[in-house]
Design a protein around this ligand. Structure first.
Ligand code: ZN
Length: 303
């Protein structure tokens, strides 16, 4: 069985249990091929729900208006991520694809109470700028954009927001600022990263290395193999040299570039080696676990 078939089977089986369903990362990012259309209808309780309809940006204004008017829409999820290098084998989109996937699946599970906003695919990753393909925001820019999204959502009448993060570098800033946003806007706002669903003691249950979340290693590569295997490119490690530049360049100052002391050539190589332990089966287990955790957390916030 090909990885693609495994993936469809996995998402289809979630649909069959009424847990959730979908095309993984959503139409905004995923290449949706013909056979996957069969999983575009999902059973949620007694209803059939098109998984795109939990994505705010896939709806028409009429559909959104009617959902607000129904009184059933209680909360929004804002997926956040990053556009950054993910070693030799994994696509740069990984972090936002991961948080969007988890957000969409959790929203389907809580249908019709939850909607997912447009994801924020850029985050705080100045330490990866030495790898081409990375785009970083300054913390101030990132936080201001997230705040403006919260303002927009609140303005239209939603008073519960979960910021669902998929990039480690955003975590601290989001945790610090979510309570400030909440008190400024007078609504309920929390922020978490989906791997918080896995406790310290559980890390070995989900990965052989025990490293959660890591970076482009066993954990993330497993999620990708389960949900969007076309984003994993098995390749050999070429011991790539980081990009060299003039460190006095003012552009780098503007984005807050710095060298991370943990990012050694050995660490990079080890992450790549660990990614070979990744399997779609591990990814399926992680996704199902994280989605349940997010849905429970959000249901608790809704009350
Ligand atoms: Zn990542």
């Amino acid at each position: 069985m090909s990885e693609n078939k495994t993936r469809r089977g996995f998402l289809g089986s979630l649909a069959a249990t009424g847990l959730t369903a979908g095309v993984g990362a959503g139409a905004a990012y995923a290449k949706v091929d013909a056979p996957i259309r069969t999983s575009n209808l999902s059973s949620v309780g007694n209803e059939y729900v098109d998984p795109r309809k939990v994505l705010m940006y896939e709806c028409t204004r009429k559909e959104i208006r009617e959902r607000y008017a129904s009184g059933k829409l209680k909360a929004a999820i804002i997926p956040t991520g990053s556009t950054e290098q993910h070693n030799e084998h994994l696509a740069i989109v990984m972090d936002i694809a991961g948080s969007l996937l988890m957000s969409q699946q959790a929203a389907l599970k809580l249908w019709p109470q939850v909607i997912v906003t447009t994801p924020l695919p850029l985050g705080i990753c100045p330490y990866w700028m030495k790898r081409q393909g990375t785009i970083t925001l300054r913390e101030e820019t990132f936080i201001n954009v997230v705040y403006d999204i919260c303002c927009s959502v609140k303005t239209h009448g939603i008073d519960t927001i979960l910021i669902m993060n998929g990039h480690g570098g955003n975590g601290k800033a989001l945790k610090e600022n979510a309570p400030k946003f909440a008190s400024k806007l007078g609504i309920n706002i929390e922020a978490c990263s989906y791997w918080e669903s896995i406790s310290e003691e559980q890390k070995k249950e989900f990965t052989e290395t025990g490293i959660v979340a890591g970076h482009a290693d066993e954990f993330e590569t497993s999620i990708a193999l389960a949900a969007y295997p076309e984003r994993v490119h098995r390749t050999t490690y070429e011991g790539t040299e980081p990009y060299q530049w003039n460190v006095d360049q003012e552009d780098l100052d503007r984005i807050g570039y710095y060298l991370a002391d943990w990012d050694t050539p050995e660490w990079d190589r080890q992450s790549f080696e660990d990614s070979k332990l990744a399997t779609a089966e591990k990814g399926e287990k992680i996704i199902a676990h994280a989605v349940n955790w997010i849905a429970e957390k959000l249901q608790g916030m809704i009350g």
